[in-house]
Design a protein around this ligand. Structure first.
Ligand SMILES: [Zn+2]
Length: 395
């Protein structure tokens, strides 16, 4: 944790891709991989290079395959099997969108599912599944080079409902529930209190609720510009000005004195004071005695008692960690607008791929996918980000 690291930005990938830049990249990809057969050849070439392709029956690496075909025939035992069966690409119908998504991410290009849908000419649900499966692979690569932080630090982003959102509630209530369950769980298991850094293990969360009938793909249509159709005041943070959002982010999970806010926001005192007044009037922020400010949502969490320890963690963040959180929030906001709490860990993994260009250089994501276990659609649907999410320390 006390390791020296650079803040993201210095190694950052491309900014929210413009349509003209995307068109150029897309042409480049199509020149490299003009057909599904060429994509399969690339998968096979890379898998062979990594020594992954061997006969499932006798283990021999001496195999034959026709150009662009998935069927592999063993030269020794003559049995055949599919190149993609039982791998990360198991359910892949067309290889091109998958390879394209990987190809773009390896170049630091992050697209929303709606953008990818349009670019690759696939269904929104396909684009959404590709994004989530790839980011789960990336999560699997997060090791010591990441910080475990309460997901509540990212609650400014939670404006999309998911199957985890309680009925008729704001998307952020998911966070309150997770925080309460996490604290309750810890009180049962560790009477000594919070055990921060090792709790966040990417993967299936124990806090799954499987009763919801709507699919997350439906909910995720908000990403495609249907946000305003959502109930529960989901738009409220979107209506803030950039300065107000910045103040709101600075206050995430902690109370700050006016002078500290002034220093951290870099705003003149008069301007800051005006914005705080607006935020207070809109019910986003509360002023405390001694000229400190707190976000209304955090204040509510803090006074509920169950999440006091959780908030104490937020207040104990180092300046570097605060900056990492702020940069990640900025990234998600710029590229995806708002998200649901349920998938915040996936977006943070995508952020890592976007900014850490040294770790996620060309070829690296495809390699991680080739070595990944299969990830089913059900796993994505039932996935819930853990109470402590991982955020990369970008070296
Ligand atoms: Zn064989």
């Amino acid at each position: 944790m006390d390791k020296q690291y650079q803040l993201p930005g210095q190694t950052a990938g491309l900014q929210p891709a413009s349509e003209s830049l995307l068109a150029v990249l897309w042409q480049q990809f199509k020149r490299e991989f003009p057909s599904p057969e060429h994509c399969l050849e690339e998968l096979c070439r890379r898998a062979t290079q990594d020594g992954i392709i061997k006969c499932r029956h006798c283990g021999s690496q001496e195999v034959d395959r026709e150009f662009g075909k998935r069927v592999i025939v063993c030269r020794r035992c003559r049995q055949n099997y599919s190149l993609t069966a039982g791998t990360f690409f198991h359910h892949m119908r067309l290889p091109q969108p998958w390879l394209a998504a990987i190809w773009l991410m390896e170049r630091g290009v992050s697209l929303s599912s709606a953008q990818f849908e349009k670019l690759a000419g696939v269904a929104y649900a396909t684009a959404w599944h590709i994004h989530n499966k790839l980011t789960i692979v990336i999560q699997g690569e997060m090791t010591d080079e990441s910080l475990a932080l309460p997901s509540s630090l990212f609650s400014a982003l939670f404006c999309k409902r998911s199957r985890e959102t309680p009925a008729r509630s704001h998307p952020r209530t998911e966070e309150e529930e997770i925080a309460a369950s996490a604290t309750g769980k810890q009180e049962c298991n560790h009477s000594s209190g919070l055990n921060l850094p090792n709790l966040a293990s990417p993967g299936l969360s124990p806090f799954n609720r499987q009763s919801a009938s709507t699919t997350d793909v439906d909910q995720d249509l908000a990403e495609a510009g249907l946000l305003s159709a959502q109930p529960g005041g989901a738009m409220d943070w979107l209506q803030m000005s950039d300065e107000e959002r910045r103040i709101n982010d600075l206050l995430a999970g902690q109370e700050l004195h006016f002078d500290v806010l002034c220093a951290r926001s870099g705003m003149p005192a008069g301007q800051l004071s005006a914005h705080l007044t607006m935020l207070e009037l809109a019910g986003h922020v509360r002023r405390l005695v001694g000229d400190s400010y707190v976000r209304a949502v955090d204040d509510k969490l803090g006074t509920s008692g169950a999440t006091g320890a959780h908030n104490a963690v937020c207040r104990g963040l180092t300046h570097e960690a605060e900056m990492l959180v702020a940069c990640a929030i900025k990234f998600v906001r710029e590229h995806y607008h708002g998200i649901s709490r349920k998938y915040v860990q996936n977006y943070l993994a995508g952020y890592w791929c976007h900014v850490d260009r040294r770790r996620w250089q060309l070829g690296s994501l495809l390699q991680a996918c080739l070595h990944s276990r299969p990830i089913g659609d059900d796993e994505i649907r039932h996935y819930v980000s853990p109470a402590l999410v991982r955020i990369p320390l970008c070296l």
